[in-house]
Design a protein around this ligand. Structure first.
Ligand SMILES: Cc1cc2nc3c(=O)[nH]c(=O)nc-3n(C[C@H](O)[C@H](O)[C@H](O)COP(=O)(O)O)c2cc1C
Length: 202
């Protein structure tokens, strides 16, 4: 399967068989996430893997605001963003680039301007920036899952405080999405997409 095929055949899967997802498969998904690009290579993603019927069952109830279909998932990846290291890790890369002497002065200026703005940004803005980076990592997991015959569904609806408490997620991490993973027990038709002319600005 090539990337085009994975992109075209991916669907949100909300019904899974009861066959478990193996540790090796979960590791392969995490590896796809680990290799994702990020702003200033800051890699703010942190993941908690949830398996086990009691926890999955909880996630299908109050944890996900009642998304009962989650109950059939083999695993749920809790995707978190480390907002506490976002600036520090970004600055380390900027320093490296600066020290390398390889960046033209105008680009260096642009990067420093970006970092100065980021330093003054409220936590909510840092959270959004970190979440954007995490979204790329989750997308890579979803596409790798397709290649491996696994199904996924991104979940943006969940109770962040309750999820953090249940899985002992440290305070400085924001839960930015959940990813349900399992063996598909449905093959949905493609969901509608806007036509090219509706998204392309001319
Ligand atoms: C940011 C985001 C949040 C989402 N949240 C949920 C969710 O909480 N529950 C759910 O069942 N699907 C959720 N989805 C899946 C979307 O409903 C789905 O991607 C969309 O309808 C298109 O269908 P497709 O993924 O099969 O192409 C979410 C997707 C994204 C990208």
């Amino acid at each position: 399967m090539d990337v085009k095929q994975a992109i075209e055949s991916r669907r949100s899967i909300r019904k899974f068989t009861n066959q478990p997802v193996s540790e090796e498969e979960l590791q392969a998904l995490l590896e796809a996430a680990r290799l994702a690009p990020s702003s200033c290579n800051c890699q703010p993603w942190r993941f908690k893997i949830v398996t086990g019927q009691a926890d999955i069952g909880w996630l299908s109830g109050s944890g996900s605001k009642g998304q009962g279909w989650v109950n059939t998932a083999g695993a749920v990846v809790v995707c978190c963003a480390d907002t506490s290291r976002f600036l520090e890790d970004s600055k380390a890369t900027v320093r490296l680039l600066k020290d390398s002497g390889m960046l033209p002065p105008r680009m260096l200026e642009g990067l420093e301007e970006y970092m100065n703005r980021a330093e003054k940004a409220p936590l909510e803005a840092i959270r959004w920036a970190a979440a954007t980076n995490c979204a790329i990592a989750v997308t890579q997991m979803m596409l790798r899952a397709v290649e491996m015959g696994l199904g996924t569904c991104w979940m943006g609806m969940y109770n962040e405080e309750a999820v953090k408490e249940r899985f002992a997620i440290p305070e400085h991490l924001a839960v930015v999405s959940l990813l349900a993973v399992g063996r598909p027990a449905e093959s949905p038709q493609p969901r509608p997409r806007k036509p090219m002319e509706a998204i392309l600005l001319r």
